[in-house]
Design a protein. Structure first.
Length: 156
């Protein structure tokens, strides 16, 4: 891929980054993690807290592509179990609900506990997350897009 500013070849770029588990679960010692969490690739229970994994898409300026941050968000117990009960169904027409980010996202400040709107997808899609704090850079970039150069910096 070439740099949009200077035309120099900048190498292959990954258009996503994902986290295998919420930061708090990741930080636990293995024995404690086994006692306090139930986790798979999409769902996590940490003590009495409930989390979903999904994707926050950031459009890339002058491109048809988006960068996907695969992060975990904490949601209410009710929303969690409604999602679990309907996991194999098309949930894209269900009302969205709020969640809070459970991962630190590099290149951005204060992402832990950042509020998102959670929109469930169909039976083959992870939920999508829309940042709602208009003052936060991630919200602004989700609306306005980011340069290919910034996407490249995420790989470094």
């Amino acid at each position: 891929m070439k740099c949009g500013c200077c035309g120099k070849y900048i190498g292959d770029i990954s258009f996503d980054k994902s986290y295998k588990m919420p930061d708090e679960a990741w930080a636990l010692p293995e024995a404690e993690k086994n006692n306090r969490t139930q986790i798979d690739s999409d769902l996590c229970r940490l003590d009495e807290r409930y989390l979903l994994r999904g994707v926050a898409y950031i459009p890339v300026i002058d491109s048809e592509k988006s960068y996907g941050w695969g992060v975990w968000v904490e949601v209410s117990e009710q929303n969690f179990f409604e999602y679990v009960d309907n996991y194999e169904n098309d949930n894209s027409s269900r009302p969205s609900f709020l969640g809070v980010v459970a991962n630190k996202i590099p290149s951005y400040e204060n992402t832990l506990s950042l509020t998102v709107q959670v929109q469930l997808g169909n039976e083959t899609q992870r939920p999508t997350f829309t940042f709602i704090d208009k003052e936060h850079l991630l919200t602004q970039e989700q609306v306005n897009g980011v340069s290919i150069e910034k996407i490249h910096s995420f790989s470094n």
